[in-house]
Design a protein around this ligand. Structure first.
Ligand code: GRF
Length: 201
């Protein structure tokens, strides 16, 4: 199975997926990585790993439509079976959602449907969890649709919120759990315990 990972910033989740594939916990390969940010650590990481990475954005391609066409072209070139959004800060064009229907997943650092949606990214999520007085938070992996963080939830895991947590401390604890959970859940997808769509790519 060929996985495409989309990432905008640090790419520590991307690295966890790459490592999981390398040590065969995930029986698949990261075939291509796409970032909308030329300066992202994600693109640096793939260079170090010898994986093909592309910087593609509305800026580089001109319009949303041209960007979508180029993305589809790259995804076809690498025979991509599954797309994983790991810290990708953009919505996907309807043509990509349609072509890869049910084959696109996102990871979110909270227990959706709480603490999701526009503006709920990065440290904002963890600050909101603390402000709400939650005793637990977690990680959600869900299918991707045309809105932020609202597709079908396929897996969740809980992470405790401790009494003196700052948003930064909590963010670190959640991110550590993300790295393990990604490997568990992507393995389940590859092993067909979680179904991919059957669209003819
Ligand atoms: C993670 O917290 C993930 O849940 C969210 O974006 C963050 C990506 O972190 N969607 P990194 O760039 O992989 O380190």
């Amino acid at each position: 199975m060929n996985i495409a990972v989309f990432a905008s910033h640090g790419g520590s989740d991307l690295q966890a997926i790459i490592d999981g594939c390398k040590n065969k916990e995930i029986k698949a390969v990261v075939s291509v990585v796409i970032s909308n940010n030329s300066a992202s650590m994600a693109l640096q990481r793939v260079q170090n790993e010898g994986i093909d990475g592309y910087h593609l954005s509305v800026k580089t391609e001109g319009t949303e439509e041209l960007l979508a066409e180029k993305l589809l072209c790259v995804l076809r070139k690498y025979n991509v079976d599954m797309i994983f959004l790991a810290g990708y800060m953009r919505l996907l064009h309807p043509s990509i959602l349609e072509t890869y229907h049910n084959r696109i997943f996102n990871i979110h650092p909270a227990l959706l449907p709480k603490f999701g949606g526009k503006g709920m990214y990065g440290i904002n999520v963890h600050q909101a969890v603390i402000d709400a007085g939650e005793k637990e938070t977690g990680v959600t992996i869900h299918r991707v649709n045309a809105e932020y963080d609202s597709g079908e939830i396929v897996a969740q895991t809980k992470v405790p919120v401790l009494e003196n947590d700052t948003a930064e401390v909590l963010a670190e604890r959640v991110l550590q759990r993300e790295h393990e959970f990604l490997v568990e859940v992507i393995s389940d997808i590859v092993d067909e315990k979680i179904q991919l769509g059957w669209s003819d790519i």
